[in-house]
Write a protein of this length. Sequence first.
Length: 317
Amino acid sequence: MEKKSSFAAPIIVLVAICFVASAVLAGVFKITDPLIQTRAQEAANKAMTEVLPEGREFTAFSGEMVDGITAAYSTGNGAGTVSSTSFNGFGGAVKLMVGVDKDGKVTGIQVMEQSETPGVGSNALTPEYLARFTGADSVDGIDAYSGATFTSKAVKRGVEAALKQAAAISGGGNAGPSQDALISEAVFKLIPGIKEYFIIATSADGQTVVYSDGNATGSHTGYAIQAQAKGHDGDVKVIVGLDKDGKITGVIPVASSETIGADALKNEAFLNQFVGETAIGEAGNKTIDGVSGATFTSNAVVECVKNALAMFATLSK
């Protein structure tokens, strides 16, 4: 009996200590959490006035958010918008506050949180590098910081998202054109001269869709085939243009959730490699060079093109 008591006593003491410690921690959290939230909001308010100096009366936007936007604010005086963004760099999330004026140009960027490697990735978060975006209405043409590619891309994606969010808020609608509008624009671009188009075939899984003028039994000026494949962060969807003989006339990406590999979808040199080809990879002699740092996305585009060519082959039988 004595032996049991000697074991039970320490256990009871430990349980009591754990209970008291938990209660103390809960009490501390209850006291400190409001303070932490208040300081975080104060830091955010300060950052907003710094990235958009002309802004007054910042009001949280409650509408649809662009991917990567965690919060957005409009201004009472119509000076512009401010967006909080979060995209992964090399060491984790890179969180920015980005100001955009009423003309759709970047007015300033503040780094709110980051865990990039000091002296390497952090080089792309310096005031000198971030200043490159000031006055820009697009991230096109702004080079990544040498040796800090992942961090640079996180910054570029953040600024790009903030510009889209600003357009959505100022326009009072959705961010950017709808996917249907992008598909329509791509079809008309890839089949020049047509006045209207139809869906003339769809794969069993619904992922590959063939657009053309004419109808399923008539003659066609050309084809625009929508295909999709898995990229780094999700599905990549492209429209592949083909002439009557199955020769590729162009490749236009219309949807993706890529972050790291997003640049591959806007790389004209990469996309132009497909033009004029009738077969890719094992089925032909053409080898496609992917975009450095965007292997998964590049491979997804190649897979989309192969799927489109395979779909054309079934139409030609």
